[in-house]
Ligand binder design. Structure first.
Ligand SMILES: [Zn+2]
Length: 218
């Protein structure tokens, strides 16, 4: 199977990043994840890097669409291998991003084949995020006690250092979840109207969630 294009949606802590990586391996797909790209830009010691760092890390704001479009979406998609499929991990998040993809994908000879929404309850999400750490290099989410031991300091996936986000406390996590859910609503509605979203129970084990997703891919 070649050149399938997938969107993976799900709240924070749903395990969509992990599932994206598993699918990318199985079907030889390229992962498109805007958060990683922004963090990479923000870590560069350039005027532009500093500007992005200020927006996402210091102010915790969203990067304006005109910058996202040019520096993240255009740049990110143009450098991908057109012969291979893509996994959109957590993208699109807004109607602007949907409009962009609806126009851009046909231009590069692609269309979305599957959209999976990994669902977990608010309670489970809070539980997972409150006990997670992230790695510095790729922001791999790691659940303490499951993905790594409490005293472990290196990411089991990429070996970079792990840390705990200051805002991963239960009350802040809950606020973020509600804010994100409200924001993503139009996107979910848009794809639901096209009957494109396949909902998957994300509270099962990583392997079982993966099996369920794969069972839908023909
Ligand atoms: Zn890592």
């Amino acid at each position: 199977m070649k050149n399938i294009n997938i969107i993976i949606m799900g709240s924070q802590g749903s395990g969509k990043g992990t599932q994206s990586r598993l699918l990318a391996e199985k079907y030889d797909l390229q992962i498109f994840e805007t958060g990683n790209m922004l963090r990479e830009i923000a870590s560069q010691n350039t005027e532009f890097g500093k500007q992005i760092d200020k927006i996402i890390n210091k102010k915790g704001q969203l990067v304006p669409w005109n910058i996202m479009k040019k520096e993240v979406f255009d740049w990110g998609l143009n450098r991908l291998n057109k012969e291979k499929g893509i996994i959109f991990d957590g993208t699109p998040r807004t109607m602007k991003e949907i409009e962009y993809l609806d126009k851009k994908l046909p231009e590069i000879g692609k269309k979305i084949d599957y959209i999976f929404y990994i669902e977990i309850s608010k309670k489970e999400s809070v539980k997972r995020l409150s006990s997670r750490k992230l790695c510095k290099k790729n922001a791999h989410p790691l659940i303490v006690g499951k993905d790594l031991d409490e005293e472990e300091t290196k990411c089991p996936i990429c070996c970079s250092e792990v840390y705990k986000r200051e805002d991963d406390t239960p009350d802040k996590v809950l606020k973020r979840l509600e804010w994100n859910k409200e924001n993503i609503k139009p996107v979910v509605e848009y794809y639901d109207n096209q009957k494109m979203i396949i909902r998957v129970n994300g509270e099962k084990s990583i392997e079982d969630v993966n099996k369920e997703i794969i069972s839908y891919i023909k």
